[in-house]
Design a protein around this ligand. Sequence first.
Ligand code: PMP
Length: 391
Amino acid sequence: MSSLSIPPPACLLRPLEVPHRYLFGPGPSNVSPRVQASGARQMIGHLHREMLEIMDDIKKGIQYAFQTQNNMTIAISGSGHTAMECALFNTVEPGDSVLIAVNGIWGERASEIADRIGARVNTIVKPPGGYFTNDEIEQALCEHKPVLFFLTHGESSSGVVHPLDGIGELCHNQNCLFLVDSVASLGGSPIVMDKQGIDVLYAASQKVLSSPPGTAPISFSEGACKKIFNRKTKPVSFLLDMSWLANYWGCDGKPARMYHHTGPISGLFSLRESLAALSEMGLEKSWTQHNRTAEHLHKGLESLGLKLFVQEKSLRLPTITTIAVPPGYDWREIIAYIMKHHDIEISGGLGPSSGMVLRIGLMGYNCNQANADMVLMALRDALKHCHKSKV
Ligand code: PMP
């Protein structure tokens, strides 16, 4: 007889069950067999020489994916939000003025994080589907004199890919750092960090990189490092403090790498493998692949009588397509039908785009015409069988 009052949970005495799903929503994406296999390798120590070499390889892979020579380039232990917090916690001090472009949920989230730091948060706002002209951005920079400007490259909630050219220069003219979220766009839509004058860029493992969630590439320019390493106050997060992380990732020039936290070793194995896959394919080929697949999908959607949410072609995010919810249908029923009958995940809107759109993501390992055709077939079936009210 056990002396314990809480018995082992019966559910845990049954084997783990994970259904097969086609993940054609805004993320995570399906993981390729080679990335899966790399994540299943046996553990090594987080500070073993071989692990440090794997981290160095990851750093080079991120420099390639971001197109940057920044030495301060690492992978954060955590999801895209963790990288977002790392970027803001390190570059912004209480009382600093920041400017945030809000054209979907990610600007809203960045504002929330900056507000928690005690920054003076100023926003420029557009409805979902909108974007900002360089003139509008310049005007707001002159008005608010921020230390940092936040912009989302791939707005996964609205399906907009934001133009980036010229904005870095506008920021630098105003002595302001340029922070860009590329979680939903990296590898699927062109972004060239150094050429575009981006000071802080972050992404996440689970979209085009098609790794499991839990690691998040991030890079800081020299200008950003100057701000970070001349702060008057310590960042509120110890875990995300770049002066510690710089040492853990061998970016501070010191010979010894100190224990800071235990990194997600299996996640880093997977991330290395997906960066290897991207390097083998080549960034430009990956951009083309995402563009071609998106165009094929868009044509198919239009031939089903569906309306793309983003009108202007050049603003359509190739990784995640948004469709206006078809009149007369309940978007929840469509999603549920496709999941039940086709084992395919697609999703509804998020934050300000909630109830307005359906979202289809074909990223990385999932990005090909056969998958686009599969989701088109499922949608055709759903439109035939889901309830349609008179409009
Ligand atoms: N930014 C963008 C553009 C995203 O699409 C997401 C995830 N959907 C995030 C940030 C947050 O990433 P995570 O869910 O990995 O925290």
